[in-house]
Design a protein around this ligand. Structure first.
Ligand SMILES: [Zn+2]
Ligand SMILES: [Zn+2]
Length: 218
C-alpha cells in the first residue's frame, strides 16, 4: 500500500495528489473505488493517468500478440499455405487496443486468408477451441456421425467413453467432454507417472522426455 497522502485544500477546493502525474487535482478528477477499498474511496491515479496507463498496458499486450502472429506465420505450415502478416505493428496496436477484451484470441475469419484488417477478429477461448477442433476434423476428413472422435486412438466412440469436466462445458460442448477418450486419457496418465528412479522412488517425467532421461549417466 502506498503511503496515505492527505487531501489538501487549494484555492478553496479539496484536492488529492495523483500517484501518476503527482499533481494535486480536484477530487472530481479521480474515479471512485467504492467505500472501504481505499482510505478515501478514490483511485490513486487521476482519470487522465488511468487512461494513459490503460493505453500503455494495451499497447504492451498488443505488441506481445503481434509477436506471436509474426512467429506463427514463419512456421512451415503457414508458409506452405502462403498465409502472411499484412498489418504493420502500429496498425495492429490500434486495432487490438480498440477491440480488446480479456482472454480474447486473435482469429482469422477466413482460415485461408491473411492476417489483415477485415479478416481478423477477437474471439473467446471457447470459440477458439471449437474452431480448432472443427479445423482438425476437417483436415483429417472426419465427419462425426454418431459419437465423438478421439485423436489418440483415431476412432469414433460413444460420448459415454469420454470424461466430463464442468470447466469444459460450453454452448458447443454442453457435456464438457474431454478431447481424448477416457481410455486414452488413463493410458496417458499411467505413462506419465510410471517412471522409477534408482532408489525406488517414482519420478514424474512427461512422456517425451523419457528417452533423454534414460540417456543420462546414472
Ligand atoms: Zn495524474
Ligand atoms: Zn482414444
Amino acid at each position: 500500500m502506498p503511503n496515505r497522502i492527505e487531501h489538501e485544500v487549494r484555492d478553496g477546493v479539496e484536492t488529492k495528489r495523483c500517484a501518476g502525474c503527482k499533481d494535486y487535482l480536484p477530487l472530481i478528477q479521480f474515479h471512485p473505488t467504492g467505500t472501504g477499498n481505499t482510505w478515501d474511496g478514490l483511485f490513486a491515479y487521476c482519470i487522465d493517468c488511468t487512461k494513459r496507463r490503460r493505453n500503455d498496458d494495451l499497447r504492451r499486450k498488443s505488441i506481445v500478440q503481434y509477436g506471436h502472429i509474426r512467429r506463427r506465420v514463419e512456421r512451415p505450415a503457414y508458409q506452405r499455405k502462403g498465409i502472411e502478416l499484412r498489418i504493420s505493428r502500429e496498425e495492429f496496436v490500434g486495432w487490438y487496443s480498440e477491440n480488446y477484451f480479456k482472454n480474447g484470441v486473435v482469429d482469422r475469419i477466413d482460415d485461408k486468408g491473411h492476417y489483415e484488417i477485415g479478416n481478423i477478429h477477437l474471439i473467446t477461448p471457447t470459440e477458439h477451441n471449437r474452431k480448432k477442433r472443427k479445423d482438425r476434423l476437417d483436415a483429417l476428413g472426419i465427419v462425426e456421425t454418431w459419437g465423438r472422435y478421439c485423436y489418440k486412438c483415431e476412432q469414433e466412440k460413444s460420448t459415454d467413453d469420454f470424461y466430463q469436466k464442468k470447466a469444459k462445458v460450453s454452448e458447443w460442448n454442453p457435456l464438457g467432454l474431454s478431447e481424448a477418450c477416457s481410455e486414452c486419457t488413463r493410458k496417458h496418465r499411467t505413462n506419465y507417472y510410471e517412471e522409477e528412479i534408482g532408489n525406488g522412488q517414482n519420478l514424474q517425467i512427461p512422456q517425451g522426455y523419457r528417452r533423454i532421461y534414460n540417456l543420462l549417466p546414472g
